[in-house]
Design a protein around this ligand. Structure first.
Ligand code: YH5
Length: 289
């Protein structure tokens, strides 16, 4: 798949590093940035480390989608993400993805060099479908039940997989209706987005079922509550749990793993991939068995 000039083979696991540009992104240490230049520099430093560790995507987000987080104005979101996307594209030969639901941000991010639109609302906002279609870029459609602010207030499903599959079918149809080719789409079950711990665990256990769409799958479980609540660990002690679930997702068909912990994830996924693909014939001349 091509991400604004960066061609990536999604039959090999790819790691997406999270680059938060939200002042309240506690996962990055909770540093409060009031100065935009400082936050750009911090994001670029963090990204440089992630690229060195083997990330092939950098996911830039300027709107917090944590439960209860406050909404951000369009101008604020643009000011946060556009300079960061430009800086990352100028420095690194990796795909930059834009974590947004805002049509104006989709358009501006594409102009700034973004290669993937990553929308936790799957382009449900007014104008987002058309804005995304106009960019011609690949799109990650994530499943969410409800809206970020209220999604964790007693989420309920009669049929978890049935409802997520219907949602994807509906959103894929909406994309095709505005002329977005199906082969530009990536699906994400949306761990933690309108799901209880039990829902998240079942979702991972049965994730292989989503392979029936024949589209690449992306997962984001890094540092999330499903790990914290299972292990009773705070956010800075969720790495080992995160690696376990990343490996399980790869076994169940994930192509892209979104994570805050790039170095560890790259090793875990490379190792897992080597085992999963070991029954295939080896490349000629590669006799290192
Ligand atoms: C995702 O899964 N997630 S933002 C709560 C945490 C830690 C991390 C309690 N954007 C996804 O990363 N995009 C986010 O600790 C995403 N898939 C895709 N495609 C939430 C997040 C986080 C939330």
């Amino acid at each position: 798949m091509n991400f604004a000039g960066i061609e990536l083979d999604l039959s090999v696991p790819q790691v997406m590093g999270v680059v938060n540009v939200t002042p309240d992104s506690f996962s990055d240490g909770g540093t409060l940035y009031s100065d935009n230049a400082l936050s750009i520099a911090a994001a670029v430093d963090r990204a440089a480390q992630m690229v060195g560790e083997g990330a092939s995507f950098l996911d830039v987000g300027g709107e917090s989608t944590r439960p209860g987080a406050n909404a951000v104005s369009v101008d604020e979101e643009l000011c946060r993400v556009v300079p960061v996307i430009e800086a990352l594209r100028a420095r690194f030969a990796v795909a930059v993805s834009i974590d947004t639901s805002t049509p104006q941000v989709i358009t501006a991010a594409a102009q700034a060099g973004a290669g993937l639109i990553n929308d936790v609302r799957a382009l449900q906002r007014e104008g987002a479908l058309q804005a995304a279609a106009d960019t011609g870029l690949p799109i990650c459609l994530m499943h969410i039940q409800g809206e970020p602010k209220t999604m964790q207030q007693e989420p309920h499903y009669d049929d978890l997989f049935g409802e997520i599959s219907s949602y994807f079918a509906q959103r894929i149809g909406a994309c095709e209706a505005v002329g977005i080719a199906r082969d530009k789409l990536i699906l994400d079950p949306g761990f933690g987005f309108g799901k209880t711990l039990q829902h998240n665990l079942q979702l991972l256990q049965e994730m292989h079922k989503l392979q029936s769409f024949n589209l690449p799958l992306l997962v984001g479980m890094s540092r999330k509550s499903m790990i914290g609540n299972t292990l009773n660990k705070p956010v800075d002690e969720r790495l080992y749990g995160g690696l376990a679930v990343a490996v399980m997702a790869l076994e169940r068909g994930a192509s892209i793993v979104r994570t805050h912990d790039v170095a560890a994830s790259v090793d875990a996924l490379r190792m897992t991939h080597a085992v999963l693909s070991s029954s295939l014939p080896r490349k000629a001349g590669n006799a290192v068995n």
